[in-house]
Design a protein around this ligand. Structure first.
Ligand code: 3LM
Length: 400
């Protein structure tokens, strides 16, 4: 493929996984819409299935368009290999079903995306895995021990936007022989490359910033050759949530502009957060790029930008709903990382299955709103949010 690892990130975003199509010379990566590949002779078929010869033979296991996407992700994360899945949750479940055995323990730093927490508590726990929730890095150090197999983190976290110190978590894992997984969906490799901080496996909901245009669902895991051979052999082959070639094409196309989009997302989010700091309608404002954010120093060390999400606490679910209902540029929808701005109330949508106690414990308060800042002109977004906040203040004035 036409890149090498000495190239800068922006060059790799364009070139990694990209080469002229060997059959036709096509410059854009073709969508190989085929379930199966003829292998020509029975002997070659046997060699392919035995792993004695490399090649494509069935698209659940590998496909040239999907492979190009995997190569681009591996290159951007600075890891040897990647495996794609049909969704972020496909990646989460494949990882857990591949790596965990009865008796193992998983520690996660809360909050995580609600679906990931749900999988750990409702599926992994059914198979004799103990799931432990840690509030921070110190709790990870205290909870980890010989039975710990996996330590799972997101940074910034969904939706509280806490920052997790990746190097500290990696050290805790090394001390007890556990593996670490960082869900890098919110940062993307344009801002944080967890492997540089000692993390073993990096996963994404590619649905979000990697694709960037809100038109495809997918997931991906990057890591060492050995771990990914196991993940391909069990998590992909036997669990079977394979990414389709159409989606892989959209992700390849989207990722070429990932560094440019992330710059615009960060600029918009920083501008918005600064404009909102100290606003009287806000009970809390969470953005790691603000100097007062508790994770600001760690974020400044491990991220090259503070990301495109801003969370606001309006004090109550009623105020949060009033605010959301008056936004015009921020579409009310779950998901994030699209070029268009999106808004949601995590407590009743993305995280509602956690239940009230866990929601409060994990900082997902009733008044919390999550804004995914798109790449629109920041000034327009600020005006939109300030207008909606005025409606909240008016509604509060009328009821007092
Ligand atoms: C959401 N999140 O709106 P998929 N990891 C992270 C995520 O944010 C997500 C996944 C994994 C949202 C989706 S909620 C109904 C919509 C950090 C998804 C799972 O399987 O590709 O959706 O990824 O927060």
């Amino acid at each position: 493929m036409s890149h090498n690892s000495d190239h800068a990130f922006r060059t790799r975003a364009v070139h990694a996984g990209h080469g002229l199509d060997p059959a036709t010379g096509a410059h854009a990566t073709p969508i190989y819409a085929t379930s199966t590949f003829g292998y020509g002779s029975a002997e070659r078929g046997a060699r392919l299935f035995a792993g004695e010869e490399a090649g494509f033979f069935y698209s659940r296991l590998s496909n040239p368009t999907v492979r190009a996407f995997e190569e681009k992700v591996a290159s951007l994360e600075g890891l040897p290999d990647a495996v794609a899945f049909a969704s972020g949750m496909g990646a989460v479940s494949a990882l857990c079903l591949t790596l965990l055995r009865p008796g193992d323990e998983v520690i996660f730093v809360a909050p995580l995306y609600g679906g990931t927490t749900g999988f750990l508590h409702e599926v992994a726990a059914r198979f004799g895995v103990t799931v432990r929730e840690a509030a921070d890095e110190a709790a990870v150090e205290a909870l980890s021990g010989p039975a710990t197999r996996l330590i799972w983190v997101e940074t910034p976290t969904n939706p509280a936007l806490d920052i997790v110190d990746l190097a500290r978590v990696a050290r805790a894992a090394q001390a007890c022989g556990a593996l670490t997984v960082a869900d890098n969906t919110f940062s993307t490799p344009a801002l944080t490359r967890p492997a540089e901080h000692g993390i073993d496996l990096v996963m994404h909901s590619a649905t979000k910033y990697l694709g960037g245009h809100g038109d495809a669902i997918g997931g991906v895991v990057a890591g060492s050759q050995d771990l990914l051979a196991e993940l391909r052999g069990i998590g992909l082959r036997h669990v079977g949530a394979a990414l389709g070639p159409f989606e892989a094409y959209l992700f390849l196309r989207g990722m070429k502009t990932l560094p440019l989009r992330m710059q615009a997302h960060c600029e918009g989010a920083q501008t918005l957060a600064e404009a909102l700091a100290g606003h009287p309608a806000l009970h809390a404002l969470h953005y790691p790029g603000l100097p007062g954010h508790p994770g600001h120093a760690v974020a400044a060390r491990q991220m090259s930008g503070f990301g495109g999400l801003v969370s606001l606490d309006l004090g109550s679910q009623g105020a949060a709903f009033t605010f959301l209902n008056h936004l015009r540029l921020f579409t009310q929808a779950v998901s994030l990382g699209d070029v268009e701005s999106l808004s949601c109330h995590p407590g009743s949508t993305t995280h509602h299955l956690l239940g009230e106690k866990a929601l409060r414990r994990q900082g997902v308060t009733p008044g919390l709103v999550r804004l995914s800042v798109g790449i629109e002109e920041p000034r327009d977004l600020v005006r939109d949010v300030l207008d909606a906040l005025q409606h909240v203040q008016r509604a509060q004035f009328q009821t007092t």
